[in-house]
Design a protein around this ligand. Structure first.
Ligand SMILES: Cc1cc2nc3c(=O)[nH]c(=O)nc-3n(C[C@H](O)[C@H](O)[C@H](O)COP(=O)(O)OP(=O)(O)OC[C@H]3O[C@@H](n4cnc5c(N)ncnc54)[C@H](O)[C@@H]3O)c2cc1C
Length: 410
């Protein structure tokens, strides 16, 4: 319960969302206990390639959340230890006229949605990003996209939470195995070592969150989507911007509705060789020169292991699209589970009918939306007016109350 005079929150999950929630609560004078079954950033947060990616956020509430999330980074860079933040900008390159027709409409749509996006011709694209080959006909450019090392951000948020006062504990290797709920109120999380009581429990356990809600008869439809990443040795050259290939665009519902959109130009021929696996064609370079390549996407349940098909698809498409990378050796590859919601929005705020239980989960684009989600949840718990209206993120909205087999398009 309360420690001294301070209210106490139990945060389940030490990914980007749980760490941001802990930081924002500690800043508001709360005592916080963060529980993680494994260790900080063990889940999707430690496995993603670090895109803080506004480029393809749908107009409306997705973009509003994204822009608020991006603005928050300007504060975090000042407040936290280094987490390899780079205001890199981002590009989607294209190769031919069929793609260009849609990309032009995409740029118009993005500008109307609030992004300062430009269209570059091939020469300007190569100048901004020397790894692009001659056959690239042009690229979009959004200066607001940025790159981070998400595991370093999680560590920095937890470290800074601890600096706010002595009442922040991060307990790793300890799972919440259940919730203490009686008479419509949640009073703590059960672990194998006993109950950790609190004035509030925040569930920020990513794709694993439904495990804790199910036994209470509170269904939450998050679909685990497996994404894979390959990481190369440090490259002997540098490229700044985050890169999406043209084939990644088909993953976005609003792109598929743009005038002139057709399916075929947005499939790389080699993608069709791996049935059941789709591809989010992307590349980015870390500060140490290593290049992150991804991302094959499929739905094998809770299996978070990388596959030969995933590595094959990544190598085949990206070595073809970006031949300058083809000679780099692959040092590591891995997979992680993204918590997919039908409307690609997170689930944020109190659980209806259970006082003291709060959700902060369902993040499809958690690098962009994770830190702002932590702030919004902390604002609600502290009785402040949240920076954004939380009703689009409610746990009982139809998009998360209905079963979903797999993702449609973001
Ligand atoms: C390969 C990959 C690529 C991605 N690319 C991007 C990208 O470039 N940009 C972007 O914005 N997003 C990307 N995403 C999505 C992004 O990673 C997620 O939105 C974000 O990391 C979710 O953070 P989280 O804190 O909610 O969950 P997680 O990071 O998954 O953290 C959940 C934590 O909860 C812990 N936990 C689970 N159950 C319990 C329990 N019962 N008790 C205690 N602890 C528990 C886990 O150990 C874990 O550490 C990607 C995801 C993947 C997998």
């Amino acid at each position: 319960m309360s420690r001294g005079d301070a209210p106490h929150a139990v945060v389940v999950g030490a990914g980007i969302v749980g760490a941001a929630t802990a930081y924002e609560l500690a800043r508001r004078g709360w005592a916080v206990t963060v529980l993680d079954r494994h260790e900080a950033a063990w889940g999707a947060s430690g496995r993603n390639p670090g895109f803080v990616w506004l480029h393809t956020r749908a107009a409306g509430i997705q973009m509003e959340l994204g822009l608020a999330g991006r603005r928050l980074y300007d504060e975090l860079v000042e407040e936290l230890d280094d987490f390899e933040f780079r205001a890199s900008g981002g590009m989607v390159f294209f190769l031919d006229e069929a793609q260009e027709k849609v990309v032009r409409a995409f740029v118009d749509d993005r500008r109307a949605a609030g992004l300062p996006m430009e269209l570059l011709d091939g020469a300007a694209a190569r100048e901004a990003c020397p790894v692009l080959p001659e056959r690239v006909a042009g690229a979009t450019w959004n200066p607001l996209d940025a790159h981070i090392r998400t595991s370093a951000l999680v560590a920095a948020l937890l470290e800074a939470a601890g600096r706010q006062g002595p009442e922040v504990r991060v307990v790793q290797g300890t799972a919440a195995v259940g919730l203490e709920v009686a008479a419509g109120r949640c009073t703590g999380a059960r672990t194998e070592a006993g109950v950790v009581g609190g004035d509030a429990v925040v569930l920020a356990a990513g794709v694993w969150t439904p495990e804790l809600l199910g036994p209470l008869g509170l269904p939450l439809e998050l679909v685990p989507m497996r994404l894979q990443v390959a990481e190369t040795e440090p490259a002997p050259f540098r490229f700044g911007p985050l890169l999406y290939g043209p084939t990644a665009l088909k993953q976005y519902a609003f792109v598929r509705e743009l005038p002139g959109y057709e399916e075929d130009p947005f499939w790389h021929p080699l993608e069709r060789s791996f049935p059941g696996v789709e591809f989010l064609e992307l590349a980015a370079q870390r500060r140490d020169g290593r290049v992150l390549l991804g991302c094959p996407m499929d739905f094998p349940g809770m299996d978070d292991r990388p596959t030969l098909a995933g590595l094959g698809l990544t190598s085949a498409v990206l070595a073809d699209s970006l031949p300058a990378l083809a000679g780099l050796s692959v040092e590591r590859n891995w997979a992680g589970l993204l918590p997919q919601t039908r409307d690609a929005l997170p689930v944020l705020g109190p659980v209806p009918g259970v006082d003291g239980l709060v959700l902060a989960t369902g993040h499809v684009f958690g690098n962009l939306a994770g830190p702002i989600s932590g702030r919004l949840v902390a604002q609600v718990l502290a009785g402040e007016e949240p920076d954004l209206d939380l009703s689009p993120f409610r746990a009982d909205r139809p998009a998360v109350a209905e079963p979903l087999d797999r993702h449609g398009h973001w």
